[in-house]
Design a protein around this ligand. Structure first.
Ligand SMILES: [Fe+2]
Length: 269
């Protein structure tokens, strides 16, 4: 069975690329995805009006939809709220910061929130992986048998070579290793505003980390865009689509051999 995932990220409502965001709604419907994944930074500064615009845009996308917050989805300028309840507005307008896993025929997808409102380091925009939350996701994936296994987080769990920004996820490498050992196929992320794909792990216990670009005006060396993912029992293809100003066109494509990725890591059902 062929599965399709539309992977959108970093819309940054407040600084969105309005034409690209609008075009993405139509293009994603035409893609007929099994699942839509939105990997955070849905707003620019976590303001109420930005969340309201994001909520209205998300409501126009196909379902099911799995969304996880990014560091920009905490209230940038309301320091008290950012420290005390960083995801209060995300919950109010979008949904839980740790939503339930999505299970559809052939696929299971879980979110792992790597964003933080405050941290014991100067750059609070960097990521962190909570071990208990990660363990819950690993447990779901380890029981998922031959399903396509997808994890969504905002920050790439592992630093991406050549990236213009760091993700700095505390505990990220260890979590990525556990996810790979649990047979996860795809670890989807945003944050970089540039699409990428890279393998991670060891022979027999590897996953692919795939980042979508941005649908905002904050581009970093790649056009505004999103990723269209297609998977069957044998292969996964990831196509980064770039906005030309009037339509989306393929920007770059990666193709993985799914069997080689999951063969030894898949648990017995
Ligand atoms: Fe972003």
């Amino acid at each position: 069975m062929s599965l399709r995932i539309a992977h959108l990220s970093d819309t940054h409502f407040g600084c969105e690329n309005a034409a690209a965001a609008e075009g993405a709604v139509e293009a994603v419907w035409r893609f007929r995805p099994s699942l839509v994944v939105v990997t955070g930074d849905i707003t620019l500064d976590g303001r109420r009006r930005e969340f309201a615009a994001a909520r209205d845009w998300l409501a126009r996308l196909p379902q099911p939809l799995l969304a996880t917050p990014g560091n920009h989805d905490t209230p940038t300028w309301n320091l008290g709220l950012r420290a005390a309840a960083p995801f209060w507005r995300f919950r109010r307008y979008i949904g839980p910061a740790e939503p339930p896993c999505v299970r559809i025929p052939g696929l299971v997808a879980c979110a792992l929130n790597t964003a933080r409102g405050a941290q014991a380091r100067l750059d609070w925009s960097l990521g962190a992986a909570d071990p208990a939350a990660a363990a819950r996701v690993v447990a779901v994936m380890a029981e998922a048998g031959d399903l396509l296994k997808v994890v969504a987080c905002h920050h790439p769990l592992v630093e991406v070579e050549g990236a213009k920004v760091a993700s700095g996820v505390r505990g990220g490498v260890a979590v990525a290793r556990k996810l790979a050992e649990a047979g996860v196929d795809l670890i989807l992320s945003g944050h970089l505003h540039t699409p990428f794909a890279r393998a991670f792990g060891a022979e027999g216990a590897s996953a692919h980390l795939c980042g979508a670009g941005t649908l905002s005006r904050r581009t970093r060396g790649a056009p505004a865009g999103y990723s269209a993912i297609e998977a069957d029992g044998r292969q996964i293809s990831v196509t980064a689509l770039g906005w030309t100003g009037s339509r989306f066109e393929p920007f770059r494509t990666w193709i993985f051999d799914r069997g080689a990725l999951t063969r030894a890591a898949a648990p017995t059902a």
